[in-house]
Design a protein around this ligand. Structure first.
Ligand SMILES: Nc1ncnc2c1ncn2[C@@H]1O[C@H](COP(=O)(O)OP(=O)(O)OP(=O)(O)O)[C@@H](O)[C@H]1O
Length: 409
């Protein structure tokens, strides 16, 4: 309880700049964010390590990454709730690195909702406006407008304890929106909600952001949120930016093995390859010749949906079916290839007719990464598995699934 109230003070302090003119949300200058070589060091350890990125006006940018990678710390430094150890933060054309939170023109939505338990929904929403001494008629008009926007008109007299998780989250959103700041920072705002509500709220937040033209920086470790909401995704790992691009870029062209394995569910299969005879690379087991212009170890990356499972008489790597997991729209089939386990995603409900099969993939679906640094290699000319000269590379159109492998729906 105490934590929640303290968090509430944080949240509200962002809006509580007395006498400050309302930020003009039409003015794009207030909506731009720039981080230059920003770091945060705690006890000699860099939680955020020389992070640099820009957020354009009206952009929805996601900070994505595993627990502890520095997402929240980065967000809190943008808000001013945390001081930077090094680097510069610029909002619009103002260096705000040493400015207090209330001077930055930013709203924030927290995972904990940060509501005052003793205040009604209406009072929670207008708390910041009150501290700013916005006159009552204006407060009331804005409250009604925002409550309509987030569907809380019928709940204004209730206390937070009388609301569902989704409704509490809407109160937190309403409080951020009513401040009419041009920038809104959100820290895992949906993680306390159940899966269905999360889906609904994702769409609502995105629609609101577009309607209001706000710049949003949104922290999550949930790649579905990142892919579905972000105009851009900044993937972080150990305090650093691993990749910064559109959701499609991150999915289709991951620049590191970490990005490849973090985005996508199930994750991209990463198969260890090792150097053989000068310019040829082969899988440790079984043998997969790879034409290669360089020496060194590398990983072959294959998305589960790119793997084709064929009868054992067909071309491809010999494999054994381990099990099948039916998920409704598709089936995840695990197969053992040599000493490695691969996951294939097949459409509909699938039941493998035999334990023995072959796996194959379109040549263009292969991604390569160096095994040590994990960096993407685009200079590999890969051939399809099995005997390289025995057949033409397959494509999605020419792939031969098991004869009775058609989707059963
Ligand atoms: N106040 C603090 N004092 C010392 N270390 C901290 C403090 N806050 C965060 N850290 C450390 O900084 C690192 C980054 O934390 P941060 O909360 O930014 O990660 P995150 O990516 O947001 O993780 P999560 O998704 O679990 O919230 C972690 O190793 C964390 O333990």
């Amino acid at each position: 309880m105490i934590r929640r109230v303290l968090a509430g003070i944080d949240a509200v302090s962002l809006f509580a700049t007395e006498g400050r003119a309302m930020v003009d949300t039409k003015n794009n200058d207030n909506k731009r964010i720039r981080l230059e070589d920003v770091s945060k060091v705690w006890d000699g350890l860099a939680a955020v390590d020389q992070v640099t990125f820009d957020v354009s006006p009206g952009e929805f940018v996601i900070l994505l990454g595993p627990s502890g990678c520095g997402k929240s710390t980065t967000l809190r430094m943008i808000s001013g709730l945390e001081q930077t150890t090094a680097g510069r933060i610029v909002i619009g054309d103002r260096d705000v690195t040493r400015e207090p939170p209330g001077n930055r023109g930013i709203s924030m939505v927290f995972q904990s909702y940060a509501l005052f338990p003793h205040l009604s929904v209406a009072d929670n929403i207008v708390f910041g406006l009150r501290s700013r001494k916005v006159p009552k008629p204006q407060r009331q008009e804005r409250l009604e407008r925002v409550a309509r926007m987030v569907g809380l008109e019928d709940y204004l007299d209730r206390k937070p304890a009388q609301l569902s998780g989704g409704q509490r989250q809407r109160v937190a959103l309403a409080r951020a929106i009513i401040a009419e700041n041009a920038i809104c920072l959100m820290d895992e705002p949906l993680s306390n909600l159940d899966a269905r509500l999360r889906g609904d709220m994702r769409r609502e937040i995105k629609a609101l952001q577009q309607r209001l033209g706000m710049t949003v920086v949104y922290v999550t470790h949930d790649q579905v949120e990142a892919m579905s909401m972000g105009d851009r995704v900044i993937l972080m790992h150990s305090g650093r930016i691993v990749q910064d691009g559109s959701p499609a870029e991150l999915y289709n062209r991951p620049t590191t093995a970490f990005a490849a394995s973090f985005i996508g569910s199930p994750a991209m299969n990463l198969i260890e390859l090792e150097a053989m005879e000068g310019q040829t690379f082969i899988a440790k087991e079984p043998t997969v010749p790879i034409a290669w212009g360089d020496a060194g170890h590398c990983l072959l990356g294959l998305r589960p949906e790119d793997i084709v499972i064929q009868p054992s008489s067909a071309a491809g790597m010999p494999a054994q079916v381990i099990d099948e997991e039916y998920l409704g729209a598709d089936t995840i089939v695990r197969v053992r290839v040599g000493n490695q386990t691969l996951r294939a995603r097949l459409p509909g409900q699938q039941s493998m007719p035999s334990e023995h099969c072959r796996v194959d993939w379109p040549v263009t679906a292969a991604h390569f990464f160096t095994a040590d640094s994990g960096e993407r290699r685009d200079d590999i000319d890969a051939v399809a598995p099995a005997t390289a000269n025995s057949r033409s590379p397959i494509s999605r159109d020419t792939a031969q699934p098991f004869p009775d492998q058609g989707a059963k729906r």
